[in-house]
Design a protein around this ligand. Sequence first.
Ligand code: GLN
Length: 393
Amino acid sequence: MLNLPAMKPLSQRTETFTDSVIRRMTRIANACGAINLSQGFPDFDPPESLTRRLAEIAPVGPHQYAITFGAQNFREALSDKQFHFSGLRYDPQKEIVITCGSTEAMMASMMSVCNPGDKVVLFSPFYENYSADTILCGATPVYVPLSPVDLSFDADVLESAMKQPGVKALVLCNPANPSGKVFTREELSVIASLAVKYDLYVITDEVYEHIIYAPHRHTYISTLPGMFERTIECSSLSKTYSITGWRLGYVLAAEPVMDRVKKVHDFLTVGAAAPLMEAAVTALRFDDSYYADLQAHYTHMKQLFTSGLRNLGLRFTEPQGAYFVLIDISEFGYDGDEQFCIDMAQKVGVAAVPGSSFFREPINHLVRLHFAKKDETLNDALNRLENLKKLKR
Ligand code: GLN
């Protein structure tokens, strides 16, 4: 594990946010022709049966609005898939809404449980949308650090955060972006028992649920005792089926809270894209072999990329799930990770995300790279990274 800086146990700040640093880095990568390992998305194709189905749909539709909560056949297929993987049966009529990516799912969920002045607990490091979503709701993030050594959390620190007056929810990204942490069943049980004790919601982001490296396994916190009613589970098809541009996400939740999520969703976006939902039913009906192949493919990409980084003598986090590594750039002598990322994109030809955008604490010696790319792209990137030494000051 990396020697991450020690962080203050709990802190709050007068909150503000910029545009997304991740998506800004994509624009910088495009502008200078760098290989984009910043914003996480694949450069390989989605499954062929899925794109074939999309082509079949083009001349016949649907091309008009689906009903606002998502097409019926899509919600039924999703209910079946979720039952298969978690054993929980969500009612397609009452407990599922299809959104424009998990980004909308998270925002709609947060808006449905938070009032201005409330608080939301986030683990740090965290995916930048969570703090922005919290602030857009008029709420304040309360940060709980993951240990710099092993990414564990201190249960007492978590409890002191969760019991603060005004806390309505905790956000759980599992597997976690950017750390690659996969929360164990024991850790999830601690979070769940505190959520029950203090009567809080857990809003999950589980978009990497099918990208896990053995021996780690994904546990849905919604399946733990007392958690079905208080978990607002957000996920998407983006990562699982390599279709980030289709913007198909969803929320799964018990009816009372889902009634509120549905209202927010209805006015935020009206609904997800009808022809894409129709095509994606095919993917939701894939059998187990698809998910086994996906895991094998990601395990291969992780192996290729991390062994290349190791050969370059770089120090980085080893992910348990998702597809990110945090690289330690201390040796390069930069004052800030943002300038490092700009120089790396322009002079080395590889784009990364400054680590500071994921941490509550003022850290600036980490950058995030992702490896959801073809072998040739990863090999090209690794070749280019040999020139990193030129950035040394
Ligand atoms: N979750 C991906 C990442 O962190 C994509 C982010 C986005 O721009 N939606 O890079």
